[in-house]
Design a protein around this ligand. Structure first.
Ligand code: FES
Ligand SMILES: [Fe+2]
Length: 355
């Protein structure tokens, strides 16, 4: 089950070229993304209306797609505009098109009720286009349900163990209880690690100062679009970072991570890890992306292995134990359950026969 009425990241903008097509499954529906000659982005159901051949096996003809089974042609809105051998087209030959918007280097798609596709609900990823930040768009695929990925993001105690030699490097991450708050759209977590003796391993070789460090991870996870937005940083210890004073040598980061369900067993992971210092050091931007990527591969290995054990346990009368670190993920799961229940109520109300 997925929340339908939300904007989901479907692609990075650079993945859609002017003459190509990008097939990608979102919320268990196969879609076909493409970009028209005027630069507009669109997403159609990847299913020809005729005999259900995939349109992704078709070919671009200008701003249209021709199904390469029997030749129907569809425009960017999914309307069938040509049927070989007849004037005009047969009835009911259109394919569904989904509201699609390019913003902040991502292509967002709305899978629910098109009337509810409010542009103001698109998550704010402005760091991707802000000249005072640098980041590289990255994508990963996890063979696991998206909820396991959200659980992972809502409990950073795993940094001490899964990412011992990459993103973590300190056992205080698991020992410190974060502040967990419910917000209008999701969950906010705040974690400070004061007076740490060493930088996180992913920053080694790029340290901007010597001595002890005040580190932080402050992030919000919107349970509507599964958008994770995190401020992270390392400042010389005792220089006032927890009160908002940033020493000039502070290393500040902002990460956006957008988790889009592919289907019940697959997840698309769009992410960046931006920095607002060393702006002219492209090698640092690249190294940062590579090192964070190595960390996310560790997450993937753990989550995919966890998924296999969960599957093996299905049908057994056993529940996962709840531990102190689970506050954030429990709140996230509750918010998602509430929204799913809300959507199913609305759908059920729609289906009630008129009096
Ligand atoms: S299946 Fe597409 S034209 Fe027949
Ligand atoms: Fe992780």
């Amino acid at each position: 089950m997925f929340i339908q009425n939300a904007w989901y990241a479907g692609a990075w903008a650079h993945e859609l070229t002017k003459d190509g097509v990008l097939p990608r499954k979102i919320l268990s529906k196969s879609l076909l993304f493409f970009r028209t000659s005027s630069g507009e982005v669109t997403a159609l159901r990847d299913r020809c209306s005729h005999r259900f051949a995939p349109l992704s096996a078709g070919r671009r003809e200008g701003d249209c797609i021709r199904c390469m089974y029997h030749g129907l042609v569809f425009d960017k809105d999914g309307k069938c505009v040509e049927e070989p051998g007849r004037k005009g087209v047969s009835p009911n030959t259109s394919v569904p098109a989904y509201p699609t918007v390019e913003r902040h280097k991502l292509v967002w798609v709305w899978m629910g009720d098109a009337d509810k596709a409010d542009l103001d609900l698109i998550p704010d990823c402005h760091h991707h286009v802000d000249p005072s930040w640098r980041s590289i768009p990255r994508y990963a695929h996890f063979k696991a349900n998206y909820l396991l990925v959200l659980d992972n993001l809502l409990d950073f105690s795993h940094l001490s163990f899964v990412h011992e030699k990459t993103l973590g490097g300190s056992k205080s991450i698991a020992e410190i209880r974060p502040k967990v708050e419910k917000t209008e759209k999701g969950v906010q977590l705040t974690r400070w690690y004061l007076n740490e003796p060493a930088f996180a391993p992913y920053l080694r070789g790029y340290e901007r100062f010597d001595g002890a460090i005040d580190r932080w991870n402050i992030y919000h996870l919107s349970t509507l679009s599964n958008h994770f937005s995190m401020s992270a940083g390392s400042a010389p210890a005792g220089t006032g970072a927890p009160d908002g004073t940033l020493h000039p040598q502070t290393m500040q980061f902002h990460s956006h991570q957008v988790i889009t369900p592919e289907d019940e067993n697959g997840t698309h992971y769009f992410w960046t890890y931006g920095h607002n210092f060393a702006l002219d050091d492209a090698r640092f931007t690249e190294a940062l992306a590579e090192r964070i990527s190595a960390g996310f591969k560790e997450d993937r290995t753990m989550i995919e292995a966890q998924r296999a054990v969960i599957e093996e346990s299905e049908g057994e009368d056993i529940e996962m134990a709840f531990i102190l670190a689970d506050n954030g993920l429990a709140l996230g799961r509750r918010l998602i359950d509430e929204r799913l229940a809300e959507e199913s109520k609305t759908t059920a109300a729609h289906m009630e026969p008129a009096e």
